[in-house]
Structure formats: structure tokens, C-alpha cells
Ligand binder design. Structure first.
Ligand code: SIN
Length: 476
């Protein structure tokens, strides 16, 4: 029984370990770079209910942030498993911080951070998962995915870009998202795994929902995420005129959900020419945020004292390969998990620190689904909702794409604030570049504003819950 997992981030490695623990004898992890990828850089933490009484509140916070475009069943099930996956991680050597942290959109301080390294949650979790995946005997092959091989709508293996074919009983894509396609981004995801899945017949969903992180330091051209936990500890946003402006936008101020804060920072940047984080209210800043502190020091700022200039940057792809709760795509034997997937856990806006939770839970659930598929062929396709829009698109690719231009166009016209004119322009410019042009088309089709998708020409929500899906095929 061979399972091939493409991607070696938190989702991919936890699936690999779960597979070996669950008796899958042959587990192969394909990675471009085992020390690379966005998981290593994750800050913040893992959102986990504090106790039984907090499950409902965590579900509610996730739905409110997601503007109820989430699948409520998925939300209950992932959050219901949160404490189990955290305990599994702890059994494997992860050391959580004693207290919990507060982040935007959470009604309680429930974010679990790492005991050592504080703001280096990604490093802490990835070190554990990398060590354990070696201990349990998951085989790692360095290579790049070229195509997913399908026979009779059933996955039979993958081909790498050097032409090697790797046979598989099933394939799990854990290749990350596509926020790295934007000019300014905290994320490495280039969406190539998602495009490959589309070419194998998979449906993709919610591509227009790209989350922008409101506070990314930009110093001498270097970008560095300033974790939401910094605002959770009391940091405040101030504009160039010296005004603490967040209350003007939302009564939850600095701890409003990320889409609200990102748009406010964007507006104030345009209006006054600068936005800064005032971290002076935080005691022991350096101890709590060592990674951020060393970045600031390297750029001549005094951590905990100097104002930090911040901008919003693309951070996380909410959309991705359409899956059901267990990671099953619309192609039998093809699973997708982590940021590559669209499970509808996040809705129209992801709640802070819910992404690591999703990756760990899906890493567990996908192996249950794989075993059921392997032993009895059980499969369930992601559901297409009554009001969903399914677009068939020709998946032609141009022979050459100027990625610098793509990044610039997405940032300029398909960013935090969108309009029909800008999107039309982007569509013309992005011809031949599959995922970027689909992100733009989805943003064009959604003539409303909801969660992270904001259209100046349609500033309110239509009130209808729907998702936009694409699949390769002849255009209607
Ligand atoms: C942060 O700490 O602000 C990032 C964590 C996340 O993306 O949820």
C-alpha cells in the first residue's frame, strides 16, 4: 500500500507520520526543499479551545470571521479535534507555552504558542514533525511535481519534472497555497500544486479569497511578519499624523478580524502616507517576540521601543483545491490538505492561527479517508452548493510567463481593494497564466464585498452564500 504525499510542511508531514502510525507500509514524501516552505516561517500559534466550554465560542469566532461562508460541519469537526491533535503533537515532543495568547477575532485567549522561541511556532512544530517523520520511516524524495497521473478518474501515481514516474495507490497534495504570487507576501506558495491538480481534473474553489496580513514590517525592502499576537499583547496602530485610528473603523479596534484591520491599514497608508505599530505597551517584548526582535535589530530599530513601520501583505490563500472534510477532491485517489485545499473551514476570512490547526487536523483525517478508500474504494466528492457557480475554463498555459509582471498585476489590481476596471485590466494582462487569471476571474464574478474580498464598486454583501469553482474543460 503506497501513499505519496507531495509537500513537506505541517500538513504533509503530519499526514506522513499519521500514515506510518496507522500501518501504511510505504509512505513517500516528495519535497522541493525539506527546509523550505511557509510552515517553517509561521508565527502566532495553534488556535485550540481552552476547554469544553470554549468549543462553541471558538466555532462561533471562526464563523463570524468567515462571514458564515464556512461549512459549519467542517468547523465543528476540526475544532472538535483541536485538543486531540495538540496532545498528539505534545506526545511527540512539542512544548507549548504555559499561557494562551489572544489574537484578532478570538473572543478568548486560546492561541497556543511555543514554549521556546515564542513567535517561532513554525520552527518549533516543523522540527518536531521532521524528526518524527524520519523516526517512523517516511521516505523523503527531493523533486518537483510535474503531473498527477489519472486512469479512469482514479489516481495511479505522479510524474516528477525529471520524468520519473512514481506509482501510488493515492496521492495527497500538501503543496501550499498561492499568496506568494503577490508582489508583497509573507508566503512562499506559488500555487503550482493547485494548477497541477486542476490539470488532473480537480475542482478549485474560492480563489478570490486571498488573506492580507495587516502588519508586515517593511524595512530597507525586507518584509517580516509582525504577528497578530503582538496586537494581542497590546500593541496599537498609529498613522503618520499620530492618530490611533482603529476605533474609527471597528469597536474591536486592533483585535478586529484581519480583513477589517488590513483594509483600515491600507486606507490610512493611502490617506496619511504611513502606518506604524506602537509596541511600547508590551512588557518584555524581546523575550516574547525573539524572531521579530532580531529582525528589528538587524534593521537598526530598538525592539519594544521604536515604532515599527507596517504595510499589509498577501499572507494566506483561503481558496484552493475543493475538498470535503476529509481532504477528498473531485478525483478519486487524490487528496488535498493544508493551504493547498479549500475545505470551507475558513469561509471568507480565516481566523488567526486556525491554519496550523486545519493542517494538523487534516493530516489526521486524510489518513482515515485514505485507508477507507484503499480497503473498500470509499469516496465522497466535495459538495457543490445550490447557489455555487461552476466555471469551465480552458487550462491553456502560455509558453512563457513573466512572473515579475504577474506579481505586480495581482498586487495592483487584485489586492486588498478591487474594482471592475482594475480586474478587467488584470484579466487582459494575465492571459496564459492559469491560477493568477482564475483568481482575477473569481474576483470579477463576485460582485459584492465579503470577508477578504472587497470591491469598491460593490461595497456590501449580497446576502447569498455561494462559492465560485473552476474546472478545466471547454469554456461555456
Ligand atoms: C500571526 O501571528 O499573525 C500569523 C498567524 C496566522 O497567520 O494565523
Amino acid at each position: 500500500m503506497r501513499l505519496v504525499i507531495v509537500g513537506s510542511g505541517i500538513a504533509g508531514l503530519s499526514a506522513a507520520i499519521r500514515a506510518r502510525e496507522g500501518g501504511v507500509d510505504d509512505v513517500v514524501v516528495i519535497t522541493r526543499d525539506r527546509h523550505g516552505g511557509s510552515s517553517w516561517r509561521a508565527q502566532g500559534g495553534i488556535a485550540v479551545p481552552i476547554d469544553d466550554s470554549d468549543v462553541k465560542a471558538h466555532v462561533n469566532d471562526t464563523l463570524v470571521a468567515g462571514r458564515y461562508l464556512n461549512d459549519e460541519g467542517v468547523v465543528w469537526s476540526y475544532i472538535g479535534l483541536a485538543r486531540d491533535v495538540l496532545n498528539w503533537l505534545i506526545r511527540h515532543g512539542f512544548e507549548p507555552c504555559r499561557g494562551r495568547s489572544l489574537e484578532g477575532g478570538h473572543s478568548r485567549a486560546r492561541v497556543v504558542r511555543a514554549r521556546i522561541g515564542g513567535d517561532r511556532i513554525g520552527e518549533a512544530v516543523m522540527s518536531v514533525l521532521t524528526r518524527v517523520s524520519e523516526e517512523v520511516g517516511a521516505q523523503v524524495i527531493e523533486g518537483r511535481l510535474d503531473s498527477i497521473e489519472v486512469n479512469n478518474n482514479r489516481v495511479v501515481g505522479i510524474t516528477l519534472d525529471d520524468g520519473d514516474f512514481i506509482k501510488a495507490d493515492a496521492v495527497v497534495l500538501a503543496t501550499g497555497g498561492y499568496a506568494g504570487l503577490y508582489l508583497y507576501s509573507t508566503n512562499d506558495g506559488d500555487g503550482s500544486g493547485i494548477e497541477t491538480a486542476m490539470r488532473a481534473g480537480a475542482l478549485v474553489r474560492d480563489l478570490e479569497f486571498v488573506q492580507f496580513h495587516p502588519t508586515v514590517a517593511m524595512l530597507n525592502g525586507d518584509l517580516f511578519l509582525i504577528s497578530e499576537a503582538v496586537r494581542g499583547e497590546g500593541a496599537r496602530l498609529v498613522n503618520k499624523d499620530g492618530e490611533y485610528f482603529m476605533r474609527r473603523y471597528d469597536e474591536r479596534a486592533e483585535l478586529a478580524p484581519r480583513d477589517v484591520v488590513s483594509r483600515a491599514v491600507y486606507n490610512e497608508l493611502v490617506r496619511t502616507g504611513g502606518v506604524y505599530l506602537d509596541v511600547s505597551p508590551i512588557k518584555d517584548f524581546e523575550e516574547k517576540f525573539p524572531a521579530i526582535s532580531s529582525f528589528l535589530r538587524a534593521h537598526g530599530l530598538r525592539p519594544g521601543k521604536d515604532l515599527i513601520p507596517v504595510v499589509p501583505a498577501a499572507h494566506y490563500a483561503i481558496g484552493g483545491i475543493a475538498v470535503d472534510a476529509l481532504g477528498r477532491t473531485s478525483v478519486r485517489g487524490l487528496f488535498a490538505i493544508g493551504e493547498a485545499s479549500s475545505s470551507l473551514f475558513h469561509g471568507a476570512n480565516r481566523l488567526a492561527s486556525n491554519s496550523l490547526l486545519e493542517a494538523l487536523v487534516q493530516g489526521y483525517l486524510v489518513i482515515r479517508a485514505f485507508k477507507a478508500y484503499y480497503s473498500g474504494g470509499a469516496w465522497r466528492y466535495p459538495v457543490i452548493g445550490r447557489y455555487d457557480v461552476v466555471v469551465h475554463t480552458r487550462c491553456r498555459l502560455a509558453s512563457y510567463v513573466d512572473m515579475g509582471r504577474v506579481r505586480d498585476v495581482l498586487w495592483r489590481y487584485v489586492g486588498i481593494v478591487r474594482s471592475e476596471d482594475g480586474l478587467r485590466r488584470a484579466i487582459d494582462e494575465l492571459e496564459g497564466s492559469l491560477l493568477p487569471s482564475l483568481i482575477t476571474k473569481a474576483a470579477m464574478i463576485r460582485r459584492e464585498s465579503v470577508g477578504v474580498h472587497y470591491r469598491v464598486d460593490y461595497p456590501s454583501w449580497s446576502g447569498t452564500k455561494f462559492h465560485i469553482l473552476f474546472r478545466c474543460g471547454d469554456e461555456a
